[in-house]
Design a protein around this ligand. Structure first.
Ligand code: ATP
Length: 893
């Protein structure tokens, strides 16, 4: 039978009909070659391949902006005046400008595409009998996909096995309550919202797990059908965009008024009106903040690529700016502050405690041997094997591939040390009938099995939570009632283990009993606790110190035991050795209303333990209400609301569920706290780069206007010519400005406090800086002209050339004034930026070119400079740099 695709009304099929029509097998899935054939035939499982703007449209759009209109106008005026050389020259400038804009936009687009390619969702798929993590793009019809809480459904699918499956279908239906799924054939006329035997692409599994046959992919899915209608390249406006826009408006108004001032004074002076129009045009073009939005995008795109190299994938561009303002990081512990390479270290039975190590699949006792608790240990190993969703797969002789929660993988490794349990088909004897999936609210996982010896309940979880479900306790071969004081003694012992920094997991079970699939976690027998070693990441101590110096508060909020949390917090330098201050989830839930006292207590605590995701959200809100900018990490399905609520939601790439990744604005590839701090410092650098770009460009542009206006009063004939202004503007300021936008930043960015997110790109203080730089550049060019005219007695053309040369090089050297505040004179972020040197090289080469090529000299009205001219212009052009450095030293003191 051939696959009939797209198949309709699959919800009315039986499991057998589904498996038959899609030619697949519930246990082994389809074969790899089948999958390839189907992908070829039905396409990839992605409708997101966005229709991108064509290259031609991108080029054309470069011409549709105010500066281009001005240039076109300039060409028209020159043609009208029959000054064809000038018309061609302006046309060249126009094309150059468009090309630069185009290449920058292309660069930004490529970077963003590269980022999008990293944002892939993987799904557990069974093919040829093996479970593998497959990028959902490659999932095809007939694939068997295993879904768990936290997964995003990769395609529409028919459920063939399930365990308490609940799916949040709000992305599709808008319905906020999760839909409970069933195994059943439904009438053909059942509407989509009621098709409870199906799962749909793009929806989130919030509870339980299931196995499904994929019945539709990409545009044939329910989501695909709507998305293809609404999918359009919706560009969101970020706060940065808004700030850039208002800055542009200020600059345009400033330029216009100065230009009008220039024109009016010129007319009053009785100058040639054609010259006035041309110069005004050149001035307004010169001072127009043309590259602003594009450079900001390029700086952002470049910055996020650098972030990606440092393991932080940015999903929302606006979050980069927010990162720079972040002053509180609420981080979880496992995997972020610890290695998340988990090993069994201590096993604590009711009667004795042992320490173990697994070497080459052999159990080695490092302290004490089991004497009284053999039965307890056997049970712990069995529970660890059965109450487990991870897999260890032998890929080659030596290499194994682990999929799943590291704690569960460690338990499989423990089970594998037992001869009986390590047998390949042992697990099959215990058919799993139901599962109470682990979640960070209940902190327990349980499974119900049917075995030759009757029913068995296997459960593991946080000690406090599991003990509440236990009524009995096992002492070797005997089982007794669990007394309250025994419970307390067990809790006390585990506190000691936790205080060593070990993660604690308790184990319990029950034989026989009634088969109630929905409620089997009760009357359990407690058998023991395992302490897992999860060492702190040693490389993050400096990152935490860096945060402290950068005015960023780091708070740990974990689901783990308070003592474990405190121990790790101390080891990574989050709190002092003597600090015992920890607030637990229990403390938080006892609060009726947040009093001032509680609020202060919460705000002054650095470690929160045994919290639920809801409490994480509450803590974030308390911080936000106090005006803080909060970055928050999360991994579980229940963390999604907190990740969305935080100013920057950070999901864990390795440990994180797909739902958490989808809700976050940043995904950490390596889960490490270090990457968060690198991302924050990158966020700050990007903002500073954009700021430097603006300060540099605006001070250069304004100085051009001032020089022209001033010279037109003092020595009319030496005034810069329109084409000279255009040339300086296109050459000497654009390249260094761009290079500033691509700076890497340095450690100094983390020495300052976070910036206020409401602050404009250019604060009042920065406007004062700009005014000073404008003044310094203007003074240098004007005094060079005056010196050559009145001291060297140069003629007007030479004086004009001096103005041109001085301004061009003064602007080039001025780029070194843009180094970070308080940085060293010679070695700083600007001198270390290779793009700056490249820009200087390009600009100098172009300057030499215009002097060497006679035609260009002619167009720009230049003569080969004498030594005098070179010396005067050379020295004068260094003046803004010298003045700038003195200014920075004095002003910043
Ligand atoms: P963090 O919040 O810092 O990531 P965490 O991973 O310990 O820390 P949770 O995932 O909420 O936080 O786990 C809380 C507790 O639940 C753990 O301390 C452990 O006792 C228990 N637990 C963790 N994983 C499992 C699991 N797979 N099955 C059963 N219980 C688990």
């Amino acid at each position: 039978m051939k696959v009939n695709y797209p198949a309709i009304d699959v919800h009315s099929f039986s499991t057998e009909e589904i498996l038959n029509s899609f030619q697949t097998n519930a246990e082994s899935g389809i074969t790899n070659s089948d999958a390839q054939k189907r992908t070829k035939q039905y396409g990839l499982n992605s409708y997101k391949a966005q229709r991108q703007k064509s290259i031609w449209l991108m080029i054309l759009q470069q011409f549709a902006n105010p500066i281009m209109y001005l240039l076109f106008f300039g060409v028209a005026v020159s043609v009208y005046l029959e000054d064809y050389v000038e018309a061609i020259a302006i046309a060249v400038v126009l094309i150059l400008n468009a090309l630069i804009g185009f290449f920058m936009e292309l660069q930004a687009r490529n970077s963003m595409n590269a980022l999008k390619a990293m944002d892939v969702i993987f799904s557990k798929t069974i093919r040829e009998g093996k479970t593998q993590e497959l990028a959902s793009e490659y999932i095809t019809v007939g694939d068997i996909v295993v879904l768990e809480a936290g997964d995003i459904v990769p395609g529409d699918g028919y459920i063939i096995e399930l365990n308490q499956l609940q799916v949040d279908e709000s992305p599709l239906t808008g319905e906020s309550l999760p839909s409970t799924k069933i195994l059943e054939k439904l009438p053909i006329d059942t509407v989509m919202a009621d098709q409870s035997n199906m799962v749909f692409k793009g929806t989130n599994v919030v509870n339980g797990n299931a196995k499904v046959v994929i019945t539709a992919i990409s545009s044939h899915t329910q989501l695909g059908k709507i998305t293809s209608l609404v999918e359009s390249a919706k560009e969101t406006v970020t706060p940065l965009d808004k700030k850039l826009k208002s800055l542009s408006t200020i600059l345009i108004l400033l330029t216009l008024s100065l230009t009008i001032l220039f024109a009016i004074t010129g007319l009053i002076q009785g100058k040639d009106w054609i010259e006035i129009i041309k110069t005004s045009l050149a001035l307004s073009i010169a001072a127009f903040p043309e590259g602003l939005p594009v450079v900001a995008t390029v700086a952002l795109a470049y910055g996020v690529i650098v972030m990606a190299k440092h393991h932080a994938i940015v999903k929302k561009l606006s979050s980069v700016e927010t990162l720079g303002s972040t002053n509180v990081i609420l981080t979880d512990k496992t995997g972020t502050l610890t290695e998340n390479t988990i090993y069994v270290q201590v096993v604590n039975f009711p009667e004795e405690k042992i320490e173990v190590n697994i070497q080459n699949k052999e159990l080695v006792f490092t302290k004490n041997k089991i004497e009284k608790s053999k039965e307890n240990f056997d049970k712990i190993q069995l529970i660890g094997l059965l109450c487990n969703n991870a897999t260890i797969e032998q890929t080659t002789n030596e290499v194994t591939k682990n999929i799943g929660d590291p704690i569960e993988i460690a338990l499989l490794q423990l089970a594998n040390t037992s001869q009986e349990l390590s047998q390949k088909d042992f697990k099959r004897q215990y058919e799993r009938i139901a599962e109470a999936a682990f979640n960070s609210e209940t902190k327990i996982m349980g499974t119900l099995h049917n075995s030759p010896n009757g029913n068995l309940v296997a459960a593991k979880g946080s000690l406090e939570h599991l003990l509440r479900k236990c009524t009995k306790i096992q002492f070797g071969p005997t089982i007794k009632d669990l007394e309250e004081d025994e419970k307390n003694a067990i809790l006390l012992q585990s506190d000691q283990i936790a205080a060593e920094g070990l993660r604690i997991l308790a184990f319990a079970y029950k034989n026989g009993g009634e088969l109630n699939k929905d409620n089997f976690l009760n009357d359990l027998i407690y058998v023991g606790t395992i302490g897992f070693l999860d060492p702190p990441r040693l490389d993050i101590k400096p990152s935490i110190l860096l945060c402290k110096n950068a005015g960023i508060k780091v708070v740990m909020i974990t689901g783990d035991h308070p003592q474990t949390a405190l121990n790790i917090a101390k080891k990574v330098g989050l709190i002092d050795e003597t600090d015992q201050n920890v607030i637990t989830g229990k403390d938080l839930s006892s609060i009726k209303s947040i009093t001032e006292e509680w609020k202060n207590k919460i705000l002054s605590t650095y470690v929160f333990a045994r919290t639920t995701p809801k409490q994480k959200l509450d803590i974030a809100e308390i911080y936000q209400k106090e005006g803080n900018i909060v970055a928050m990490t999360g991994d579980g399905v229940n963390d999604a609301p907190a990740l969305k609520k935080a100013d920057v939601g950070i999901a864990m790439g390795v440990r994180g569920t797909q739902v958490a990744k989808e809700a976050a604005s940043i995904v950490l590839v390596d889960d490490s706290f270090k990457s968060i701090v690198l991302a924050v410092s990158q966020g700050r650098s990007i903002f500073l780069n954009i700021q430097k770009f603006v300060i540099y460009l605006v001070s250069c542009n304004l100085s051009e206007i001032f020089i022209v206006i001033t010279l037109s009063f003092i020595t009319v004939n030496a005034v810069l010519l329109p084409l000279q202004i255009l040339f300086i503007n296109m050459v000497t300021d654009v390249f260094p400005a761009l290079a500033l936008g691509l700076g890497k930043g340095d450690e100094s960015v983390m020495k300052d406090v976070p910036k206020n997110p409401k602050e404009a790109i250019i604060s009042t203080k920065k406007w004062i800086d700009i005014s000073f730089y404008t003044f310094a550049i203007s003074v240098s060019a004007i005094s060079a002209v005056l010196y050559s005219k009145y001291y060297l007695l140069a003629d007007d053309k030479i004086a004009n050339n001096v103005a041109f040369l001085t301004l061009a090089f003064a602007q080039l050297f001025h780029v070194f004034n843009m180094s970070a505040v308080g940085s060293r004179l010679v070695i700083n972020d600007v001198t270390k930026n290779k793009f700056i040197w490249l820009a200087i090289l390009i600009c100098t080469a172009l300057m030499i070119l215009v002097y060497v090529v006679p035609q260009m000299r002619l167009v720009l009205n230049l003569v080969v400079p004498s030594t005098n001219v070179l010396v005067v212009s050379g020295l004068a052009s260094l003046l803004p740099l010298v003045l700038g450095q003195i200014y920075k030293k004095i002003w910043n003191r």
